[in-house]
Design a protein around this ligand. Sequence first.
Ligand code: SAM
Length: 273
Amino acid sequence: MEEKGREKAVAAMAACYQRFDPAAYLQYNYTPPRADFARKDSIVPWKLACLHRAFTEDDVSGELLVDIGSGPTLYQVLSGCEVFNKVILTDFLEVNRQELRRWLQDEAGCSLDWTPYLQHVCKLEGRRLSAWTEKAAKLRQVIADILPIDVHCSQPLAPDALPSAGADCLVSCFCLESVSPDLAAFTRALGHIWKLLRPGGHLLLIGALGESYYFGGPGVRIPVVPLNEAQVCASLKESSYTLIRLEVYTLPQDMRVGVDDVTGVFFAKARKD
Ligand code: SAM
């Protein structure tokens, strides 16, 4: 695709996001059955287990963790906040950054209660359930900023947003494939965020498999690049990451609740050498 065509396709994706509804998105994806902590085969506990494992491996360490395309969610940094002294959240939309700020400042009107998430991750960490209040305080203490981002820009964050060495670790969940018009744009976006990472730093990437759309609110149908495992591996390689591990989850029938057509989820741990 020529440059003009690429810009048009990216602008069309941005237009789709203008009606994104954080409260509806949270309701669709972050309540039971997708977030059923009593079930091991529920999608959210699977993601939290992958992140817990990755963040407790000794090679994932340093000072700064950056979450790419946070949306209105916090689950993706609940393990990382115990390892990194500084966490930066990012999103393209002000409505999502606002939702995150509401939780950070402990204001009324949050669209989701993160308590069961905090409790579940405390359980994974071998702590008592009541430690969730300490984890919430820790998270509020380490979140240093909530910044605008555009992964389609060769410089996705404002020039001075990160120290010049880059972040020690990036985490990104369901962002790149759901904001890219095609596989080439997904791969390019991986290359753009690569520049935010220090050499030796890690990328923890979670994303949808086989998904062609999802609803970002009532009637807000957002197209997604349908990915398979081989494409994820090839895109990471093409963008100069070294793949360390790829794990795959297949959605049980009752998790297919009509808010998207996702068939599975991947978790990739990769490194910038
Ligand atoms: N990370 C969250 C999660 O795990 O549920 C949210 C994922 S949501 C499917 C995709 C997110 O990408 C939305 O929050 C949206 O605002 C954000 N987004 C849209 N366009 C973007 C862009 N060009 N660059 C970065 N993020 C973008």
